[in-house]
Design a protein around this ligand. Structure first.
Ligand code: CAA
Length: 294
C-alpha cells in the first residue's frame, strides 16, 4: 500500500477537513473551511466545550448576517457543513485535520499520536501552533512527512494570512498543496521554516512584549501607548488591545517559547503579563485583560 499520501504523484483533494479544538481560533478556522464549501468535522473534548464552539460559530456568522454580509440562508448552509462531535474517531475519513488546541507541547504530541492512529494513511495532519516546533509534533507520528503547520491569525475569518510551515522532513510538494488550499480559502499563504514564532509571532510578540515593558516602566499609559501606535503608525489596534484580542495566555506562552529558544533577555515576558494570566485575566475571551471585556 502506498502510505506516502501522494496518491501515486497526484495532487491530493481536500474535501473533508477536521478541526480539533473549537476555541476562538479553532471555531474561526472551521468557519473559514465551511465558507469555502468544504465539509468540516469540529471536535472538542467534552459536550460543554462543544457547545461553546457551536456558540462561537453561530455568533461569528450571526455577526456577518447582522451586517448584511451573509444571508440567513447562507449562514444556515455554512453551519450545515459543520458536524460537531466529541469523538476523534469521526476524523477517520478526513483528508486533512487542523489541530487548534492550547499551546502545550505534551497535549499536542498526545493528540497527534491519536490522530496518526485514527486518520487514514493519506490524511495530512496540520497544526495551528503559534510557536511550538512543528518538527517536534511531526516526530510523534508515523507520517512526519505529512505533518505541516497551517497557522491562521485572529480573527481567522477576517485575517488574510496563512503561514504554511514545512519541516526538514515534509514531503516534497506538500507545502505547495497546502498553500493552494489556503488560496482556495481566500487566504494568502506565506511559506515559512520551522523556527519558534515563525515570521509573524517572532516579530509581533517581541513588539507586544516591549509595549508591556514600557507600560511597567511608566513611559506612558496603556491608552497613550495604544493611541500612539494606532495614530502614529496606522495600525488597526494598539498593542494592549491586540494582546487582549490574541489572549494574554497565548501571548505569554509564545513569549516563553521565544525566550527559551533565544535566551535573549529582550524576549523575557514582562511580569505584568504573567500576573494578568495568573489572575485569570486573559483578554476578550475571559471578559477582561488590559481592558475590561466588551
Ligand atoms: N470574528 C469574526 N469576525 C470579526 C471579529 C471576530 N472576532 N471581529 C471583527 N470581525 C469582523 C467584523 O464582523 C467586520 O466584518 P465585515 O468587514 O464583513 O463587516 C470586520 O471584522 C471588521 O470589524 P469591525 O468593523 O467591527 O472592526 P475593525 O474595523 O476595528 O476590525 C479587526 C477589527 C479586524 C479585529 C481589526 O481591528 C484588526 O485587524 N486588528 C488586528 C488583528 C491582528 O493583528 N490579528 C493578528 C493577531 S496575531 C495572531 O493571531 C497570531 C497568533 O498566533 C497569536
Amino acid at each position: 500500500m502506498d502510505t506516502s499520501g501522494r496518491l501515486g504523484g497526484m495532487t491530493r483533494s481536500f474535501e473533508k477537513v477536521g478541526v480539533v479544538g473549537l476555541g476562538t481560533m479553532g471555531a474561526g478556522i472551521a468557519e473559514v473551511f465551511a465558507r469555502a464549501g468544504l465539509a468540516v468535522v469540529g471536535v472538542e473534548a467534552d459536550p460543554d466545550a462543544l457547545e461553546r464552539g457551536r456558540g462561537h460559530l453561530e455568533a461569528s456568522t450571526g455577526r456577518a448576517v447582522a451586517k448584511g454580509r451573509l444571508s440567513e440562508a447562507e449562514q444556515a448552509e455554512i453551519l450545515g457543513r459543520v458536524t460537531l462531535t466529541t469523538s476523534l474517531e469521526d476524523l477517520a475519513d478526513a483528508d486533512l485535520v487542523v489541530e487548534a488546541i492550547p499551546e502545550v507541547m505534551d497535549f499536542k504530541r498526545s493528540l497527534f499520536t491519536d490522530l496518526d492512529r485514527i486518520c487514514k494513511p493519506s490524511a495530512v495532519l496540520a497544526t495551528n501552533t503559534s510557536s511550538l516546533s512543528v518538527t517536534g509534533i511531526a516526530a510523534t507520528t508515523t507520517r512526519p512527512g505529512q505533518v505541516v503547520g497551517m497557522h491562521f491569525f485572529n480573527p481567522a475569518p477576517i485575517m488574510k494570512l496563512v503561514e504554511v510551515i514545512h519541516t526538514v522532513v515534509t514531503e516534497d510538494g506538500l507545502a505547495d498543496e497546502i498553500a493552494a488550499l489556503a488560496r482556495r480559502l481566500g487566504k494568502t499563504p506565506v511559506s515559512v521554516g520551522d523556527r519558534a514564532g515563525f515570521v509573524v509571532n517572532r516579530l509581533l510578540l517581541t513588539y507586544l512584549n516591549h509595549a508591556a515593558v514600557l507600560l511597567e516602566n511608566g513611559l506612558a499609559t496603556r491608552d497613550g501607548i495604544d493611541a500612539a501606535m494606532r495614530l502614529g503608525v496606522g495600525l488597526p489596534m494598539g498593542p494592549f488591545a491586540l494582546l487582549d484580542l490574541i489572549g494574554l495566555d497565548t501571548s505569554y506562552e509564545v513569549m516563553c517559547v521565544l525566550f527559551q529558544e533565544s535566551r535573549d533577555r529582550r524576549h523575557a515576558p514582562a511580569p505584568i503579563l504573567r500576573e494578568l494570566v495568573t489572575a485569570g485575566l486573559l483578554g476578550r475571551k475571559s471578559g477582561g485583560g488590559f481592558y475590561d471585556g466588551d
